[in-house]
Design a protein around this ligand. Structure first.
Ligand SMILES: [Fe+2]
Ligand SMILES: [Fe+2]
Length: 209
């Protein structure tokens, strides 16, 4: 069996290609579920803000920081590796479905708007409540759409298109990138960070009861 830690780390040892394929897709789906947990936290804090109450800005800020770093250093690189193979195998089909790399860049732009909006609120700069709501919701909604597109359309198309040899190449690339222990520590830090945020949020929810 491949070694996985924190749904982030991958180390394959002579796995049959079908197992490699299933495992990689499952890791990406698990990472999506983890991302969704944090989107829910953000949404929950936004609903407090929308009621003209004070959200927990420590939690809000921690979620923003997580999204500034985690996707581009842990999640997107894995998707980019399989998506590039897909593009090489069937450029027409890949182009007709989505430009994942562009969507990842757009997600980062939306997140920067969220960070600026929350900064403005915290620095008492003038910004309409409805604008803050629109900016944060825009980020959450688009992340969810992006995840749904990957889970429901992109990954099945990739599974359908890639050849056994492609998965062997992908396994090597991933093991090379995510196998070393230093990388394991780095990735595990995000798991710890995520769990901390979820605990902070639980405490914030309990305080409001
Ligand atoms: Fe993605
Ligand atoms: Fe994704």
């Amino acid at each position: 069996m491949p070694t996985t830690q924190g749904a982030c780390l991958i180390l394959f040892e002579d796995e049959p290609w079908e197992d490699v394929m299933v495992e990689i897709i499952e890791i990406l789906r698990q990472e999506h579920r983890n991302i969704e947990k944090l989107l829910r936290v953000m949404e929950q804090e936004l609903s407090i803000f929308d009621r003209a109450e004070r959200p927990d800005y420590e939690v809000f800020g921690a979620v923003i920081e997580f999204f500034k770093k985690y996707p581009d250093s842990c999640h997107h690189p894995k998707e980019d590796i399989i998506y590039r193979k897909f593009k090489a195998r069937d450029p027409g089909r890949a182009a007709s479905i989505a430009d994942l790399e562009a969507e990842h860049r757009e997600g980062a732009v939306r997140l920067r708007r969220v960070a600026q909006a929350i900064d403005s609120v915290l620095n008492d700069q003038e910004i309409l409540r409805e604008n803050v709501d629109r900016i944060v919701r825009d980020f959450i909604d688009n992340e969810r759409k992006h995840i749904a597109l990957e889970d429901e359309v992109v990954f099945p198309a990739i599974v359908d298109t890639l050849q056994p040899g492609d998965w062997a190449d992908i396994a090597l690339t991933l093991a090379d990138r995510y196998g070393p222990p230093s990388q394991a520590d780095f990735e595990e830090q995000f798991g710890t960070l995520r769990r901390n945020i979820l605990e902070l949020e639980e405490a914030a929810v309990a305080r409001r009861l």
